[in-house]
Design a protein around this ligand. Sequence first.
Ligand code: MN
Length: 426
Amino acid sequence: MPITANNPNRKTWIETSAQTDFPIQNIPFGVFLTRDDIITIGTRIGDTAIDLGALHQLGYFNDIPLTDDIFLQDSLNDFISDGKKTWRLVRNKIADIFDSNNASLRDNEEHRKVVLFSLDEIEMQLPVQVGDYTDFYSSIEHATNVGTMFRDPDNALLPNWLHIPVAYHGRSSSIIPSGIPVHRPQGQKLPNGATEPIFGPSRLVDFELEMAFITTDANHIGEPIPIEEAEDYIFGLVLFNDWSARDIQKWEYVPLGPFLAKNFASSISCWIVTLDALEPYRTASPKPLKPVMPYLQYEGEKSFDINLEVSIKPEGKAETTVSKSNFKHMYWNMAQQLTHHTINGCPVNSGDMMGSGTISGPTPDSYGSMLELSWRGERPIRLEEGGDRKFIEDNDTVIMRGHCEKDGVRIGFGEVTTKLLPVFKK
Ligand code: MN
């Protein structure tokens, strides 16, 4: 089925600015509370939020086989379970409804009043109920930088890294939407030179610039997903800030890997941009440095050219862009990650979230964490309005943004914005 929603020549009757992340070619999916305190599934064109529950009740999706309450839900999980064919039909239909040549909703003021909202009338929610969350470690630059700092510059990559998309299982309970602040965590850490740990606030709170993909029900227990099918089970992507406490991490991570240094919070952007919408921005992955096993070999282009950036905004001051990276730098792509994840028969469900791992590029200004940008604190980053940062300080806001651009069409993710609050006190 063609993705007519991606037609770059389509214009919409909704007012949009030229630089919007959400032109009619995007049509992301999210969940929001309306001005009447009703929770609904919606989409967005420019700065207009669209209530898909209301549109469906008014009959605009009558020619698509959907249950009556599919959009009247507090998460996208059931809609995602309907599968790729349905997502595509619905996106194509939304593009058609908002096409500048389609008068049906455009000229129906009563319908428009119940369907359309300005952004200040809605409150975005988590778009999916995340059952399971996995975080990969798939940027070779990031793995090399961290291996160089913490272990051995001559053997920065561990022997398995070029063979396996390395990952760990995280906690879904602390995945939060953009706008929700995070408290600085406390925990155990080993001061430099000490032999016994101390307890206290983390002094090395960091962001990790990542993207995460959201899956549909992919397989039953015991059944691996072949790599040529893997992308059929990916609904879409969000920006992902995987908050990290480096001092807690350094003390706890041997031998089982990340635990409390990582599971206190991970923040996501609220609009899921579909894999269909990203189709025009496919690009080649980095060339593998070693041959990969047959089950991880693929045909075609499976990476996506998504420009990413991170800013730090101290309280009351202007923001400073501290990193510019790109999703295409990932050594292991999403199809390889999902295939590897299920090669042992591990079941993947609707609403599962898979983090890419920190997306560092090849140059020092493209690193995806303060750990790397400030090189363990040895090279503080200058801020626009004075001062500098080695890691994130109390009341700083971290903002991540991402967008693709090609042939005059820009598809973006909006932003994930999170303020770091001081340690929680009762
Ligand atoms: Mn991470």
